[in-house]
Design a binder for this molecule. Sequence first.
Ligand code: RTP
Ligand code: MG
Length: 139
Amino acid sequence: MAVTKTFTMLKPDAVSKGYIGDILKQITGSGFRIVALKMTHMTENDAKAFYEVHKERPFYGELVEYMTSGPIVAAVLEKENAVDDFRTLIGATNPEEAAEGTIRKTYATSISENAIHGSDSDENATIESNFHFSGREQF
Ligand code: RTP
Ligand code: MG
């Protein structure tokens, strides 16, 4: 299977609760290589643009508020079958429905504050990685 990339964010709840180290350890322990990494605080315009695909959804305003409520950790990850394997590792959007051992089952508190993001396609992984990182910040 081809080596591909995905994009992730440790969301403000995970960062403020002190889970950065534990979550990154689980990610690298699951075979993902970190090819870009930074801590950043999204502006309202950043979050609106990043989640523009959800702008008609009822939770859009709440999502933008949450994602700008504190710093996040953004990363690009590389592995065989990265997008699908990473979504398996993080678990269902709603942590109550997430499988045991997944990152959301362990660290998320609700469907809104669900600790971590994972790209849903190779195309979006590229778009999202380039949203947060310049070419020379991705290795
Ligand atoms: P993500 O994009 O963050 O990896 O999450 P996902 O694919 O599992 O879920 P998606 O449908 O793309 O939703 C994006 C984020 O919006 C928040 N959300 N809140 N209150 C709600 O019903 C609701 N639904 C979604 C979550 O933070 C979700 O991760
Ligand atoms: Mg999504």
